[in-house]
Design a protein around this ligand. Structure first.
Ligand code: ADP
Ligand code: MG
Length: 320
């Protein structure tokens, strides 16, 4: 028996993404438990359906505070804190702009500049009032909308990891489509996670990231985008301009303990660009990054928590 024969893979489509769970035992009921948990979380956080805990807050914008569960309040508190960091390119009140662009959904178009200006006024994270006592969330202006799309998958990946640990699982992998969280070392001494080649078939890789019990999150502009008149409009928006973030980056991957950190930092670093990010990461040893740039470079911030094997020699590798 080769080591891989011991791995059982379970899949489902949830949150609009293919979800993959790898276990080292044949355990249908554990796998259904995981998928049920993800579905429950999706129902809580989604803004792509009329009803969810987040939609209840959005529907009451400009009118009433809405009391939410402790985990939802905590996630919103965290999202607000990151959004309010000086110069942050992460903004959890970006909802009105996301809805207007419809990137990755049918009916996408380039909004009129004046419409974006109007909507930008509804994306001030300071206008979200949190009350710890009542655990309520109030969007001060009518038309405001919370969107946790940049953080929810990371949060949910950690929830799944914690659930698996509670079930005494020591070796497993969950892939929520761009967000991978792992327990243990897989079958061959470390889990191998592919780094996708931008704008290519999903199984074309430019490298492999090996981790033990870490999270690997990649956010790339090639994940959801549309093209018009030679321009690529992707799904990570610049909260200052309302247009997709535009710099030298094609993707940012974060290796960290918690997947929520990976999700937060991919968006933050996207906005900073390579140079600023590398300087910033020197102060944060538990967050490590891999950048893929438009000019064919793979740039690694440091490699304390992972190893990287390049697979495509048309890319230039730079290590810091
Ligand atoms: P994915 O894994 O789907 O690529 P990301 O973690 O890259 O998701 O987050 C992208 C999603 O976050 C968008 O689809 C949108 O819902 C939301 N979003 C877009 N721009 C921002 C931003 N600047 N700050 C916070 N959320 C954003
Ligand atoms: Mg993210």
């Amino acid at each position: 028996m080769t080591p891989d024969d011991r791995v059982y893979a379970y899949s489902a489509v949830l949150m609009g993404s293919p979800i993959l769970l790898k276990l080292f035992e044949h355990n249908e009921s554990l796998a259904s438990g995981v998928f049920r948990l993800i579905k429950h979380q999706e129902n809580t956080f989604t803004v792509n359906r009329p009803h969810s805990d987040i939609m209840a807050i959005n529907h009451a914008a400009g009118r009433d505070p809405v009391t939410v569960s402790a985990p939802v309040f905590e996630l919103i508190r965290r999202a607000k804190a990151i959004s309010c960091l000086p110069g942050s390119s992460f903004n959890f009140t970006i909802g009105p702009l996301v809805k207007c662009w419809k990137i990755g959904f049918s009916g996408h178009s380039i909004p009129a500049a004046r419409d974006l200006q109007t909507l930008l006024a509804l994306t001030n994270p300071e206008d979200v009032i949190l009350d710890e006592q009542t655990r309520s969330v109030f969007l001060q202006q009518a038309g405001m909308e919370i969107d946790l799309g940049a953080i929810a998958k990371g949060y949910i990946a950690d929830v799944v990891r914690d659930y698996l640990r509670e079930q005494q699982v020591e070796n497993a992998l969950i892939n929520l489509g761009g967000n991978v969280q792992t327990l243990g070392a897989g079958a061959e001494g470390a889990w191998a996670i592919g780094l996708k080649k931008p704008f290519s078939e999903p199984d074309t890789l430019i490298g492999v990231i090996n981790v033990i019990g870490k999270s690997v999150v990649t956010s790339g502009i090639y994940e959801r985008y549309f093209e018009l008149e030679g321009h690529c409009y992707h799904h990570i928006l610049d909260p200052k301009t309302g247009y997709p973030l535009d710099n030298e980056l094609l993707s940012v991957t974060i290796i960290s303990e918690d997947s929520i950190d990976g999700d937060i930092w991919t968006t933050l670093l996207y906005g900073m660009g390579v140079e600023k990010s590398l300087a910033y990461l020197e102060q944060i040893p538990h967050i490590e990054a891999i950048f893929v740039t438009r000019d064919g470079q793979i740039i690694l911030s440091s490699q304390r928590q992972f190893t990287f094997t390049p697979l495509d020699d048309s890319y230039r590798i730079t290590t810091y």
